[in-house]
Design a binder for this molecule. Structure first.
Ligand code: NAD
Length: 362
């Protein structure tokens, strides 16, 4: 059962909002809400070109300026900075918190583990502590904490589709281990302090102004530069790609329905805690994906019609931390929130290719 969370006229904290998913979420919130205050929080780190983050933030600023009735404030800071985060919670007292800020990426966690511990563990712990203390002195506090987990928690799971009922105790990357830890920490805090929390396992999110470290974006950069792209596991990988608008729709619906506070048979409170997959449920073979991407890049005019793809691709073995398949079982999301992602790869990659052409003035 879900407790309805009305987002109208509320203060909503979105961390990581100049990031890819966050920016799309905040733009949608500005569009949908009649009134409210949205606080964006991000350290604008240079894991990938920060110009893209400032560009997304500018879009948010413009949208809020046009809308007028939905205010937007940006706080530049680090989740690991406990004092700063505390002052943000004290000053703005958010009713809903969406924690998207994190060090993302599987491969980077092999060479830069510190970033993951700082942002994903210490940062997330700080968010939980602030949620916990938001109820101090009889205050209403946080009505719903929604946070990003990842399909990476499924590791080398061979049973498909991946269900939130599957055991996920065997992470194959530090990134995955931090995301699974977030779910465990959230469970403990939900149980101890009755914080309604929902974790969302996103499956390979893509779209315009996406993350340059992700395959579809990196492939595009390389092909445009005349370089060769590496296709891992000799192309025998299947990914459940999810278009960013589908992710935003899912997050928006989830934000409005928090796990209900209930009492267990032992008379103690049950944790108002839930975890969902958000994924397309239609895994695509990597080779087919590359083919669709190539077609859309040519169609958008990013690459010439006679571009020789065969000559610009190399089939290579699997990378450490990678998994052969991701495949979301989204039944629970459909059951509880009436939603399953549906935007197909052609439509999504077309939007990406067109955006890429405009943004980089190809
Ligand atoms: N994009 C995907 O395919 C995908 C898949 C699964 C999970 N996720 C998760 O979804 C969330 C959003 O992902 P995204 O693709 O938008 O990534 P993103 O990197 O574009 O956005 C994350 C934002 O968080 C900020 N950030 C990182 N560490 C911070 C810190 N310590 N303090 C403050 N800000 C910090 C970054 O500057 C960035 O703007 C992340 O938690 C990510 O792990 C994404």
């Amino acid at each position: 059962m879900k407790a309805k969370v009305n987002l109208e006229n509320k203060t909503i904290l979105v961390t990581g909002s100049p990031g890819f998913i966050g920016a799309n979420l905040v733009l949608r919130l500005i569009k949908e809400l009649s009134e409210g205050l949205i606080i964006s929080f991000d350290n604008m780190n240079d894991y990938y070109d920060p110009a893209l983050k400032w560009h997304r933030l500018e879009q948010i600023r413009k949208a809020a300026e046009e809308k007028q009735t939905v205010k937007h404030i940006f706080v530049e800071g680090d989740l690991a900075d406990r004092e700063l985060l505390h002052s943000v919670f004290e000053q703005f007292q958010p009713a809903v918190v969406v924690n998207l800020a994190a060090q993302a990426g599987v491969r980077y966690s092999i060479t830069n583990p510190d970033a993951y511990i700082q942002s994903n563990l210490i940062g997330f712990y700080n968010i939980l502590e602030e949620c916990r203390h938001s109820y101090d002195d009889g205050r209403c506090g946080v009505e719903h904490l929604v946070y990003a987990s990842s399909s990476s928690v499924y590791g080398g799971n061979t049973k498909v589709p991946f269900s939130t009922d599957d055991r996920v105790d065997n992470p194959v990357s530090l990134y995955a281990a931090t995301k699974k830890s977030n779910e465990l920490l959230a469970h403990a805090y939900s149980k101890l302090y009755s914080i309604p929390s929902t974790g969302l396992r996103f499956f390979t999110v893509y779209g315009p102004a996406g993350r340059p470290d992700m395959a579809y974006f990196g492939f595009t950069n390389k092909l445009l530069a005349g370089e060769t792209i590496k296709i891992f596991n000799y192309g025998n990988c299947r990914r459940d790609f999810t278009y960013v608008d589908d992710i935003v729709e899912g997050v928006l619906r989830v934000m409005q329905g928090a796990p209900e506070k209930q009492t267990g048979e032992d008379g103690l409170p049950l944790p108002p805690y839930a975890v969902y997959n958000i994924g397309g449920g239609q895994p695509e073979n990597l080779m087919d994906f590359v083919e669709i991407l190539s077609e859309e890049l040519v169609r958008a005019g990013v690459l010439p019609e006679d571009f020789d793809f065969e000559a610009h691709r190399e089939l290579v073995p699997m990378q450490p931390g990678d998994v052969p398949v991701t495949y979301a079982d989204s039944e629970a999301l459909q059951r509880d929130y009436g939603f399953t992602p549906s935007i197909d790869l052609c439509t999504g990659l077309r939007a990406f290719a067109e955006w890429y052409k405009d943004y980089y003035e190809v």
